[in-house]
Design a protein around this ligand. Sequence first.
Ligand code: XMP
Length: 561
Amino acid sequence: MAKGKAKQTPKASRRVATSGDIEVSTYLEIAKEISGEQPAAAREAIPSGEREAIIVIDFGSQYSLLIARRVRECQVYCELVSPDTPWEKIAPLNPKGFILSGGPGSVYETNAPMAPSYIYESRLPILGICYGMQVITHQMGGQVMPGTKREYGHALLHLGGVDSPLFANVPQSTPVWMSHGDKIEAMPPDFNVLAYTDNSPFAAIGNDKNIFGLQFHPEVAHTPEGKAILKNFIYRICGCQGNWTMGNFITDSLTKIQKEVGKGKVISALSGGVDSSVVSTVIHRAIGDQLTCIFVNHGMLRREEVERTFNTFRLNMGMNIIYIDASERFLDRLKGVTDPETKRKIIGEEFINVFEEEAQKIGKVDFLAQGTLYPDVIESASSGSTAAAKIKSHHNVGGLPAKMTLKLLEPLRYLFKDEVRQVGLELGLPEEMVWRQPFPGPGLAIRIIGEVTKEKLEILRAADWVVMSEIKKAKLYRQLWQSFAILTDVRSVGVMGDFRTYGYLVAVRAVTSDDAMTADWSRLPYDVLARISNRIVNEVPEVNRVVYDITSKPPSTIEWE
Ligand code: XMP
């Protein structure tokens, strides 16, 4: 059984975990009573009808977030928590089961992270994955040993031993993805083998108390039956209903936003990007004209971007928008500046100045809306105080609240990007907005190498327009993380008709990525590249040469500055 006692066991609050009809407010009150602190208000955004959640105890695997995404794809709410999270923070979520993630540790090392005792005491189902399985084995009296060699990659799983609902409708033999060094030497008492591979006699184990361990990773795409196994755990074993839908999320968010904001005033910085668009739309749906969106045109937006954003939100959605054309002001400050970091800093600072000036004109404002997403929340929680090496200073509205002392309203704080897109679609935002590729805060300024001028902005807009339209025509837009043009400060000699030209060099960048932390250059079809190049040199007279950027990140970054 689990070593050590958590400060508060679920016993005191078991009524919280098992009673299906306690009001949300009661949950929060009980949690508050136990913990002595106010639970995060955003927790109320979880569907209140039949609240249920699977909790992932995160031991630091690179796949932990993926587990949460997979669970949510099964329409069950899922949150990641660290192993030292007290029970009173978990109880309000109404957990139906626990998943213990993989992790880089070894259970027999000193200070190896262990599962909190409440997961066992709660008697809720538990699924340990890789290191999570080793933790269960170690804590429940089995034996884990260092493997003689690391098992990494594909293996063939054979069902065998005892039948289990965990493998219902899973073929007798199926490929799975392994990535582990340590292995189970002896199962804990009363556990049975459910499946094995050539190298792992205990590839899947379980007992009759609904505690399971998998040596392989069901959450990765390389385990084709992985989602079926997770689904079996969530539905057949934990008995979840599957009420995590974006429709429910919206309904719950509207109530929550109305309650939180009351008669207060909210401002949001609208950029036309997916997150700021969805966040503004959901808040507008909840509180109408109590929301004012401030749309700052810093002069570094792409062709038609201003009109499209303004029309969508002002004309189609009827939102209260203050549009500020501050292009001259930004360009003035950027005159003669060529250093990338200085450009970014100037734009960030000036953005805050303009935003603040406009916000002050509105009068008293209580909240600042932000499009913070779940991966940002997890990342900042896990990065702790050790700041990651600064590669580029990203210009985000995140810098605003420190100066403005506004309360933050972050209705998307528990959502993944694909969920945000779904919310956007359900709220009636146009597809082109919901599926928009990321666009950096400083805009075209960091895609013009050297000084930013009006003339160069026009050249880049024209070239970028070609890239975007050809990529869309080739139906590649959604598969690419980003695709765009860069105006370099290189000029080269060319010939057009009978004339010598001396024109700009434009670079084209198209990358695939999952999260922008790493990216690969896209192997665009030659004919698409040919059309892009041909059109740019024909339609943009100042450009006579086009190159394609074939570097991945790392060592490059996605943007050029
Ligand atoms: P890099 O160039 O660092 O970019 O590989 C990673 C991702 O971040 C975007 N990016 C920004 N986004 N403000 C933003 O909101 C910024 O200042 C900024 N700089 C880069 C970039 O487009 C890519 O998706």
